[in-house]
Every structure is written in C-alpha cells, then in structure tokens.
Design a protein around this ligand. Structure first.
Ligand SMILES: NC(=O)c1ccc[n+]([C@@H]2O[C@H](COP(=O)([O-])OP(=O)(O)OC[C@H]3O[C@@H](n4cnc5c(N)ncnc54)[C@H](O)[C@@H]3O)[C@@H](O)[C@H]2O)c1
Length: 283
C-alpha cells in the first residue's frame, strides 16, 4: 500500500502485451491509454465491442485494438488469450477489470441478479486467471491485475452482492499472489473508492441516483480520476504491490476498519439508515 505516484516513463512497457477486460469504458479505457502511453500493445476486450474498438482507435493504430468478449464466457476468454499468445508469442499482463455494480436492499435482489453479478464480477475474473496464469507460468513471468473495489476490503452499505463479489476478488488475488511468486508472476488487486466513470450513473436506490448514492451519500466531493488511478496502478505493478487503495481517505478508512471494526460498522449502519430515509423521501 505504498503511495507510488509516478506515471510510468514512456517506453517503460515497450514490447509488452496486455489484455484489459472492460476496456471499452471507464477504468479499463484509462488503463488501456496508460499502457499504450508506456509502450505496451493492448487488446481492449469488452461486452460492448464497438465501445472497445472506439477507445482503441483513439489510442493509436497498431498499439491497441478492441474486441467483443463477454467475460462470463470462459471459452471466449480462453480464445482471446490463445489468440494474443499466438500473435505476440506471449501475454505479459492481464487486467481482469470488467464489472458491474448493484445497489439495493438484499431482500429485493432476485436470484437472476445474484447470478449475473457473480458471473461477471467473480467468474469473469476467474476466467481471465484460468486462461492467462498457465501461460505466464510457462513463459516464466507476467502480471495479473484484478479490479476489486473498496467494497472488497470494507462492507459498504446496500451493496451486499457487490461487496461479496469484490471480497472474492481480493481473496483470489492475495492467495494467488503467494502461490504465483515462485513462478515470477505478480498479482495486484485494485481497490478504489468511487472513481469518475459511467458505472456511477448505472445504479439507483429508490429515487436516489447512483452518482448521488456513491458520492453525496458517502460525503465524497471528488471521485478518483480514472487516468490517475491507471497511472497509479501501473506504478503498483512495477513495484509489485499487492493492493492499490485510492484515494488517501480510502486508505485511512481501511486502516480504521482493521483497528476499530466496531466504529466502521456503526458508521455503515448510520449510512444505510440515511440512504433509506433519502430514498423514502424522494420516492
Ligand atoms: N467507478 C467506480 O467507482 C469503481 C470503484 C471501484 C471499483 N470499480 C470497478 O472497476 C471496474 C470497471 O468499472 P468502471 O468504473 O470502469 O465502469 P464502466 O461501467 O465505465 O466500465 C465497465 C465496463 O465493463 C464492461 N462489461 C460489463 N460486463 C461485461 C462482461 N460480461 N464482459 C465484458 N465486459 C463487460 C462494460 O461494457 C463496460 O465497458 C469494475 O469491476 C468496477 O466494479 C469501479
């Protein structure tokens, strides 16, 4: 959790090949841009293939391309990894970043919603690891970066299914990190608080819009800039860090939770009560 702020030097990732899932938007698009600026060749994979292709086109021909891949489809993720390895001879980095959020009271969630978030946020990451890790072992190195969330370290309110999936991603990443070290394969989990991406606009709690829920509700005035997070992530990869926790308030909250869990739980109960009141008032 060191605070490395340096943007990787141009050329720092020259000759390296990377896959970024969820690369058609937000954090994935920012990671793609940071990787290309640092000299890597990048494949942006997204359910929305057109969005991935548009982002890739903006990053410069030859350095990036966009493909339509659904991370819930294990065979499709395997085919993507096989294709990149066949083309470039290796895969240096995979960013298992595609994900969705789901705000709401747990009793209101349908099993279909549970399945969908588990499929994308957990199985999507598992599929990336299952396809890329053996390649990295064979080639004697590589780095796996999994996008979790602050919700993977702390139990944010009214996001139970999301929190569960992101805790799974943190657990997978930290356990694999110890196992992978002997093969020269690094593993990092990204755990940001709110980041300024379209995901913030996708949820709703009662009549409270997602952006208000994630930002105003939690007293966050300025969400993390995705480009700054991407630069920070590449620095963390270079430094072999386990977790990227951003911004500084998130690191402080995480520390408080480990030292005084009863305090953060009380705060969480208060936060939920406030959100329920707001949702009822604006309905
Ligand atoms: N923005 C935040 O506040 C925030 C905070 C913490 C963690 N995260 C995590 O960051 C990751 C990226 O989110 P973002 O904020 O950039 O959101 P975003 O909505 O801008 O981007 C997510 C991308 O994932 C893609 N995607 C969704 N389902 C997919 C699937 N089945 N297969 C392939 N692609 C799929 C979407 O099409 C979209 O392009 C997610 O895992 C999210 O949980 C976001």
């Amino acid at each position: 959790m060191r605070a490395v702020r340096k943007v990787p030097a141009p050329g720092a990732y020259a000759g390296r090949t990377a896959i970024v899932t969820g690369g058609g938007s937000g954090i994935g698009a920012a990671l793609g841009s940071a990787l290309v600026s640092a000299g890597a060749t990048v494949v942006l994979a997204d359910l929305d293939g057109e969005a991935a292709a548009t982002v890739a086109a903006g990053l410069g021909p030859g350095s990036a391309r966009g493909v339509a891949v659904d991370v819930t489809d294990a065979a499709a993720v395997q085919a993507l990894v096989d294709e990149v390895v066949a083309e470039h001879g290796r895969l240096d980095l995979i960013f298992n970043n595609a994900g969705i959020s789901l705000i709401g009271e747990t009793q209101d969630l349908t099993l279909t919603q549970w399945d969908r978030i588990i499929d994308i946020n957990i199985r999507g990451v598992v599929h990336g690891v299952a396809a890329a890790y053996p390649v990295m072992i064979r080639q004697g190195g590589g780095h796996i970066v999994n996008t979790a969330s602050m919700g993977g370290l702390m139990a944010a309110g009214l996001l139970t299914s999301y929190v569960m999936t992101k805790h799974a991603v943190v657990g997978l990443s930290l356990a694999l990190r110890s196992e992978a070290a002997a093969y020269g394969v690094g593993v990092t989990a990204i755990c940001p608080a709110a980041v300024n991406t379209p995901i913030l606009d996708k949820g709703q709690f009662g009549a409270v819009r997602g952006r208000d829920y994630f930002l105003k509700g939690q007293g966050i005035r300025k969400p993390v800039d995705p480009d700054a997070l991407a630069a920070r992530t590449l620095a963390a990869v270079a430094g072999g860090e386990a977790l990227v926790v951003e911004p500084v308030q998130a690191r402080m909250a995480y520390r408080l939770q480990r030292w005084l869990p009863a305090v953060t739980q009380k705060a969480s109960i208060r936060f939920i009560a406030k959100q329920r009141k707001l949702a009822a008032r604006t309905r």
